[in-house]
Each structure stands twice: as C-alpha cells, then as structure tokens.
Ligand binder design. Structure first.
Ligand code: SF4
Length: 333
C-alpha cells in the first residue's frame, strides 16, 4: 500500500488525435473530428502502490501508459510526477532525469530486445545512455544486480547470451531487468505477461510483486485480464473508451463491482465469475466502439444491458459508492 504522497497524479488527462477529414469536408469548412483515445482521466498512484489499469483493446489504456512514459504527448490536462508538472516537458536532455525515474515494460519481449545485442548490452544500455555509472566495474555490478532481481540467476551466465538463446520467460525477465537497472520509482508494465505461457506468468508476476516489496517501487499494471489485475494490484481502475468508469480497491472492484461494464468483464472470467454480488448481468457482447465516434450520454450505453433513456442523453459523473471506490453510472447509487 502507498506509504507517502502520490508518485504520479493524472488530472483530467486528454489525448485526442485529429482526424484528417475528406477534402470535400475541408473545403466546406466541416470539422473533421478527433479520435478521443483518452478523454479526461483522473488517476493517482502512491509510492510503492500497484494500480492495475483494466480494459479491452481500444479502451485507451496503452495510450495512458505511453503518456506517462513520455512516448506520447497529452492534448489536455496535467501530469504531475513527484509533485512536479511534467505535462509539457519535452526533449531528451530535459527528460533525462524523468526517464531515470520512470520506466516501461513492453508486452512483446521479442520486439523489445535487439536481436544483435547481448543480454549484458541490452540491460547496460539505459545505464550508459543516462550516464548512471562511472566505470565498467560499476556497470557490471548494476547489470548483474538487475538480472538477479528479475530472477535470472546466476546473472553472469546470461551476460553473453543473445535473445534467441533465451526462452520466452527469460526474454521477458531481461526486459524487466532493463527497466530495473536504473532503479526507477515507477514502472509502467503494458500487458507484460499476456504473451507468456500460463506457468511462466505466475513467476513474472511474483518478480514484479517482489520488486515492489524490495524497492518500494510503484507499478502501473496495464491489462485486459481482470483476474490478473486482482492477483497483483492494490487498486483497480477500469477504463472504457477513454474514460475511467470504476476505480477502487482490487477486492471491491472485483467482488463488488458497481458499474455494469466491470460486472460484464468479471462475468467473462470464469475464475472469478459466478453469483457474487451484482453479477447477474449477462456477459459482454460486441467490441469497444471506435474512439472517433464516442456515443452521446453514457459511452457504454450501446452495450449496456440495463441502459435507460437518461443514459442516452447525459454522461454520468463518477460517484462515491464506498471508501475510495467510485463508479460512473446512473445506477451506481
Ligand atoms: Fe449502463 Fe446507464 Fe449505467 Fe451507463 S449509466 S453503465 S448505460 S446503466
């Protein structure tokens, strides 16, 4: 659980991508619109806290991760890191201290690792580029320490290996080691186990949980899998079409969901489905609509089995439904 002030705070964060309209529409001065990938998110992450960001493909969760790691620029709102406004900080030298403190773990270890580099060079790269070591001895120590923390032991056995000489689980551990090497305060992990065998997933999750315990590192765990989120996270934030529709403790959101979308996500997962709480709604049908055509009113209403007239006209605000638990649904209260 968080021990001090928040390490990260997102305030009304927006990421809209303009759509290049058709020539005819542009000539007539018709607005081309925008893809509203992230549409006003408020989210805080405490030091040492694990927050899971859960949603289907197209919900905007990866875009949130890319904004936090400064791989994408927000079009509105603010992002505070350790109390400092980082929203408009850009450029490699201005961002160097930030990149030292915030790292990202990508989903696809095959693509994240350069096949022509050894494990040592891959893990050493951020230490070199951020100039965090003074000599070769210190570099070897930091690389060995990161590999050991990621569960690659003895680390020296992996130094000279290339990615193709590793199993899928070992490759993902190298990706984690690369992120860990700089001793970040926050890691954004985007679907870090979704491409791994089930048996390896538990090991990688354990590595992430151990890291939090050892280094008090905060983690934003991005996933489409509610059971995984419940296993690893202190809090779960549920994202739908660029908006947070529910947020609360992992137990509350999983076992006492108050938004029909969260209920449907839970019903889609047999491990934690069943007849607990408000789980009587049918499982989710169809897909998340395009973020270029966000429905009026509650954005979930076209898929919501209990939608009523007001839902088609007015967007529900988040309301408190329990301690630290909010849901954006007209029926939540
Ligand atoms: Fe469903 Fe209406 Fe609640 Fe939206 S506000 S989730 S449409 S009941």
């Amino acid at each position: 659980m968080p021990d001090t002030a928040d390490v990260l705070c997102l305030e009304s964060l927006h990421v809209h991508f303009p759509i290049q309209g058709r020539l005819f529409d542009r000539l007539r001065g018709r607005p081309a619109g925008a893809v509203r990938a992230v549409d006003g998110i408020d989210l805080n992450i405490g030091r040492g806290e694990i927050v899971a960001l859960v949603g289907e493909s197209g919900s905007g969760k990866t875009t949130v991760g890319r904004v936090i790691t400064k791989l994408a620029q927000p079009t509105g709102g603010r992002m505070l890191f350790d109390g400092r406004d980082m929203t408009s900080v850009q450029g490699s030298s201005a961002l160097r201290p930030y990149r030292h403190r915030v790292q990202m773990i990508f989903q696809d270890a095959y693509q994240a690792l350069n096949p022509r580099h050894t494990v040592f060079d891959i893990v050493a790269e951020p230490l070199r580029s951020l100039r965090l070591v003074e000599d070769g001895k210190q570099l070897a120590e930091r690389v060995g320490e990161a590999l050991a923390s990621a569960g690659l032991n003895p680390p020296g056995d992996f130094f000279a290996r290339f990615p193709h000489e590793l199993s899928g689980g070992q490759r993902q551990r190298v990706v984690i080691a690369g992120a860990l090497a700089v001793r970040p305060e926050l890691i954004v992990a985007d679907e870090p186990v979704s491409m791994l065998d089930v048996s390896i997933r538990a090991q990688i999750l354990q590595v992430l949980v151990d890291l939090r315990a050892k280094h008090n590192m905060a983690l934003l765990f991005i996933t489409h899998d509610l059971p995984l989120a419940w296993l690893i996270a202190d809090r779960i934030a549920v994202l739908y079409l660029g908006k947070l529709v529910e947020i609360g403790s992992a137990d509350e959101v999983t076992f006492n969901p108050r938004h029909p979308y969260t209920v449907a996500l839970r019903n889609a997962t047999p491990q934690i489905g069943g007849n607990v709480g408000r789980a009587e709604l049918p499982a989710l049908q169809g897909e998340v609509p395009s973020a270029a055509r966000v429905p009026k009113g509650c954005r979930f209403h076209p898929r919501c089995p209990v939608a009523f007239d007001r839902c088609r006209e007015e967007e529900p605000p988040p309301v408190e439904v329990g301690s630290g638990h909010t849901a954006a649904c007209w029926l939540a209260t």
